[in-house]
Write a protein that binds this ligand. Structure first.
Ligand code: PGA
Length: 248
């Protein structure tokens, strides 16, 4: 039986981005109204740059694509420059032909976050579910804002951010961890596992240890990404540094 997630190791972070961008471009050609789940963070920056390049080369048409971002800070309106919505505009949406009416974000400024999380789940269902969910991973195994814990919430939910997560997001807030919101909203692991395909990308040596546990360790809420082992069509794209303890 094929192991899940399937592991692909590329020579460099650039090759990871190229391979996944090609995959997205092909999926869009095959299904123009593809429903994409998208992450933020440092890792996908090369992917987004490559998607912009492919778009300019006429190889990635986003005009009918539907997108759902994984998570958002609580308390930040979407036009706040530190919001994940602004991140997506800066790095992808301002540079491709994506239709704003088909982009979906959690509204960090929603007055009723619980209701907002329910609305998001409903919107994903109404779009027919996510076709291709792209994911990053934290060094502690978090996915989206699903942090290691004794229990995980399956669906989109409100989360309190761990100090280390606020620290790693400080770059979006002028380098000040104390300015990073203390709460966020995130798709749950159940939302993520419902996607028809999932591709997790990890690059750099700092991810190697946790990637090895995701691939070879037990499924545990202490490592949310380990739940990808339950998915039939999950893949992990790694560069050599992140895959150094795996044989691929
Ligand atoms: P990174 O973050 O891509 O900036 O390493 C990944 C994550 O925390 O999900």
């Amino acid at each position: 039986m094929q192991r899940s997630p399937r592991v692909l190791i590329f020579a460099s972070a650039g090759e990871v981005a190229e391979a996944l961008a090609r995959r997205v471009g092909e999926a869009l050609a095959h299904k123009p109204d593809l429903v994409l789940g998208l992450p933020t963070g440092r890792t996908p920056l090369l992917l987004y740059a490559e998607l912009v390049r492919l778009h300019r080369a006429g190889e990635a048409d986003f005009s009918r694509a539907v997108t759902f971002n994984l998570d958002e800070f609580l308390g930040l309106p979407g036009d706040h420059p530190s919001s994940y919505r602004a991140f997506m505009r800066r790095h992808l949406f301002d540079h491709v032909n994506a239709d704003p009416s088909r982009m979906n974000f959690l509204d960090g400024a929603a007055l009723d976050p619980l209701q907002e999380c329910e609305r998001y789940e409903g919107a994903i269902d109404a779009a027919g579910g996510i076709d291709l969910q792209i994911l990053g991973i934290g060094t502690n195994g978090h996915v989206g804002f699903n942090e290691p814990a004794t229990e995980l919430e399956a669906r989109t939910h409100r989360v309190t951010l761990k100090p280390e997560t606020r620290h790693s997001n400080a770059g979006l807030f002028g380098g000040h961890p104390d300015r990073v919101p203390t709460e966020a909203m995130s798709m749950g692991m159940g939302t993520i596992l419902h996607a028809r395909e999932a591709v997790l990308i990890a690059t750099g040596e700092s991810k190697a240890r946790c990637v090895a546990r995701v691939v070879n360790g037990p499924i545990t809420t202490a490592l949310p990404a380990s739940f990808l082992q339950l998915h039939r069509h999950a893949e992990i794209f790694l560069d050599r540094a992140a895959g150094q303890t795996l044989d691929g």
